[in-house]
Design a protein around this ligand. Sequence first.
Ligand SMILES: *Cc1c(COP(=O)(O)O)cnc(C)c1O
Length: 370
Amino acid sequence: MKHIPDNDYLLLTPGPLSTSKRVRAAMLKDFCTWDSDYMQVVQEIRESLLEIASISTNYTSILMQGSGSYAIESVINTALGKNKNAKLLVVENGEYGRRISQIAKRADIAHTSVSVSENAIITPSLVECALEDREITHVAFVHCETTTGILNPLTSLCKVIKERGKILIVDAMSSFGGIPIDIENLGIDFLISSSNKCIQGVPGFAFILARINALQNLEGNATSLALDMYAQWECMERLGGKWRFTSPTHAVMAFREALRELKDEGGIEARHRRYSTMQRHLASGMEELGYPCYVDRAYHSPIITTFCYLNSKNFSFENLYAFLKQRGFVIYPGKLSKADTFRLGNIGDLCLDDIKTLLGFVGEFNLVAG
Ligand SMILES: *Cc1c(COP(=O)(O)O)cnc(C)c1O
């Protein structure tokens, strides 16, 4: 069935994304952050995150105000922070990897960054080589690099890092909820994602799935007050779902509904299938229309795809953007310096028919403006 949006347009962006009416309807009431009913909702969310991630009580979940970057900063700052013996390795192949290095730099945290080009995956041998620096205690990388949509090989990367006994931090912002991740068996110590990506909630907070053993010795280690992950966890545990500072109540209510919706869809596996089907259809359809994928299809995530411009002197991204927006789709510019590209995300409350409709419009655009 064709998707009838109850918004002006559908978002083909990597978050915020199109949410369902059901999720948005959950925001129509106001809640008191101190009230036990509300705190119960927070606890339900924290439990539910562990449940959908299929992780044991060796893990806990911490909710953190702000967008995804705030939670990344809170993990880096709390895990390394004041510890003078800690050193972070950041492995990068895009903008979000570079952001982790910036966070470390800004906080004067000892770190080394290694990178590969944006259309290449991070390889275990690159990490192995960088880990010859014996001072490194922590490693961070991005699972799905939203800059391009490339998917880094999580299993083999986690293996080399954990075999060497390092604390492992994974930015799974744009993958958690949309791609199954075996967090516990991979030995991930801190995994970060946010409310407005594959769980399909609205923006307002992020969350961390943390191995309790790696978390519990971090008291007083953060150099930031508001972004102290340990203090946030301690407060949520001690007071049963209380955030330290004002919590984004409406976003929290929407998120609980989004988690229920995810369960109704059949969980992460089912959502992964829906995203994958849409992404494959989108990538082949766009290629047929003259927009090649920037990243090798073999490395592609089912989340967001980078397309090269149509090879025509009349093509303009601004025109394509305006044309599609008028017809109910908002697309996303590229973030690459080396190539003329734009991006189409396919996460959110979208279905295959939406992708088919979009491809029809791109075909029409080619006729008038290509
Ligand atoms: C969205 C995203 C972030 C966080 O970005 P914010 O704008 O702070 O929400 C971090 N890493 C990746 C890979 C992302 O996709």
